[in-house]
Write a protein that binds this ligand. Structure first.
Ligand code: 5GP
Ligand code: ZN
Length: 113
């Protein structure tokens, strides 16, 4: 399996895993852009937001629930945090297994760069 994140799911690559259930995995980003920078992914390989189908609704709905739970656990909820999903080149996507960034612990600017 060539996909980097599928290899993390299959434990073929090490990662700082912080949450796992039957359908979702969350782990530390190796190039953190904030004091907390986690990636929340579905265990099923989906390349980009463009590849989502109607049947993926429940699975994808779990990502923000897990992100919010992790943010609360890390005491980020009240101050706030940022969740981001990048799609394709112009969106800044570099790993083609859909993922939600959870970043917190500093103040973010808007609009995104
Ligand atoms: P994207 O740019 O696709 O939205 O986000 C991909 C993220 O994956 C980046 O923030 C990058 O630092 C992270 N990343 C890339 N390779 C690895 C890796 O091997 N392990 C982990 N944990 N994160 C990675
Ligand atoms: Zn994958």
């Amino acid at each position: 399996m060539a996909c980097l994140f599928c290899r993390i799911i299959n434990r073929e690559l090490p990662a700082g895993i912080v949450y796992e259930d039957d359908e979702v995995l969350a782990f530390e980003d190796t190039a953190p852009q904030a004091p907390t920078h986690l990636l929340v992914i579905p265990k099923r390989h989906i390349a980009t937001l463009n590849d989502l189908e109607a049947g993926d609704q429940a699975l994808m709905g779990r990502l923000p629930l897990v992100a919010a739970r992790l943010a609360k656990e890390r005491d980020l909820a009240e101050d706030g945090y940022r969740v981001v999903m990048n799609c394709n080149d112009d969106g800044g996507q570099t790993v083609y297994h859909i993922h939600m960034h959870l970043m917190g612990g500093r103040r973010f600017t808007w609009p995104a760069g």
